[in-house]
Design a protein around this ligand. Structure first.
Ligand code: SF4
Ligand code: SF4
Length: 73
């Protein structure tokens, strides 16, 4: 599985998921005061964002798995 999106009805814009993500997948939409999944292909399925979200607003896909190799830079 991997991150697929944010349930905006649940998200309160706290930003905890943005700070927790080591792959910079999630960004804050300052106008909407909600987070958005900007780079889903970079998700390494660490699940830190899920652990941090008290609103249970992170939507996962059961299909995609973590890439075998991830390049940074
Ligand atoms: S941690 Fe949850 S509630 Fe907070 S910004 Fe992220 S998705 Fe929204
Ligand atoms: S599972 Fe990990 S890499 Fe993927 S969006 Fe959440 S914190 Fe980022």
């Amino acid at each position: 599985m991997a991150i697929e999106g944010i349930d905006t009805a649940r998200c309160n814009g706290c930003g905890a998921c943005v700070l927790s993500c080591p792959a910079d997948v999630i960004r804050m939409d300052k106008d909407a005061k909600k987070t958005v999944v900007r780079y889903p292909q970079d998700c390494v399925v660490c699940c830190w964002c899920i652990a941090e979200c008290e609103q249970d607003a992170i939507v996962l896909t059961p299909i995609r798995t973590a890439p075998l190799f991830t390049a940074w830079g």
